[in-house]
Design a protein around this ligand. Structure first.
Ligand SMILES: Nc1ncnc2c1ncn2[C@@H]1O[C@H](COP(=O)(O)OP(=O)(O)OP(=O)(O)O)[C@@H](O)[C@H]1O
Length: 236
């Protein structure tokens, strides 16, 4: 079923900056939410992850609405924020155990996957480290390990590539595709449009808080007389 957004309006102090937004991210689908700075991407993601209640409209995830069942709705999604969020006093392992517990996922059943992801991002052997020992990119990788270790119907990623080295960027794209292949709905924001064309199924384009396009990379490029290779010129 995945994520369904219907007639969503969202904003601040009662003023809508995202207006009448409707689209869905189905099981196994990767959708890239794109737009210029201030277009409303982060505001939309804040609604999707249940940080704020909508001004109007509704969100549902596998049939659960945010309004009717906020706890269940939030447990069903994994979220990778743009800025890593770690607790100063928790070691890497403690953080990962906490994330699994918060999502009510069986710790023992997921720990092998955690180890595999730690090794992939070259964080193995660092389970006892505190956040102060990690570089910015390493902190971002901790967020990736935590989110990809979870089994949730929805994965939400805000600006996934910031601070990641080229190797980690490639690994992240592979992981996103694997998640989608296993039936997870994936919603991400990115400014790297030509790169995203290689792995998203659809783009949702926001302009001044309104969705002006939803569909394939090819369709988006054609609508602006561009080729997919030149999608980064979309806003030129
Ligand atoms: N906390 C806030 N209070 C008031 N207005 C806000 C707040 N956060 C964002 N806005 C406004 O909402 C609009 C949409 O901002 P948003 O952060 O959603 O854009 P964005 O597409 O994520 O941009 P970026 O690419 O820069 O991250 C902008 O006009 C912004 O000024």
């Amino acid at each position: 079923m995945g994520l369904e957004i219907k007639n969503l309006s969202a904003g601040y102090a009662g003023q809508a900056v995202v207006k009448n937004l409707s689209f869905s991210v189905k099981e196994g689908q990767i959708v890239g939410l794109i737009g210029l700075n201030g277009a409303g991407k982060s505001t939309t993601l804040k609604q999707v992850i249940g940080l704020k209640q909508p001004l109007a409209g509704s969100l549902s995830l596998d049939g659960q609405t945010l309004t009717a069942n906020p706890a269940e709705y939030k447990r069903n999604l994994a979220y990778i924020p743009e800025q890593p969020v770690l607790y100063d006093e928790l070691t890497l392992d403690e953080h990962l155990h906490l994330v699994l517990a918060a999502h009510q996922q069986d710790d023992a059943a997921h720990w092998d996957k955690v180890q595999e992801l730690l090794a992939l991002f070259r964080l193995d052997g660092k389970g006892h480290w505190l956040p102060q020992h990690f570089s910015k990119g390493m902190k971002q990788k901790v967020m990736l390990v935590a989110a990809f270790a979870l089994d949730t119907p929805l994965l939400v990623i805000d600006e996934p590539f910031l601070g990641l080295d080229v190797l980690a960027q490639k690994q992240l794209i592979t992981l996103m595709k694997e998640k989608a292949d296993n039936g997870t709905a994936v919603l991400l924001t990115t400014h790297l449009l030509a790169q995203a064309a290689d792995y998203v199924d659809d783009f949702a384009l926001l302009e001044d808080g309104e969705m002006t396009y939803f569909g394939s990379a090819e369709g988006l490029a054609t609508s602006r007389q561009l080729t997919v290779d030149h999608l980064d010129d979309l806003f030129s």
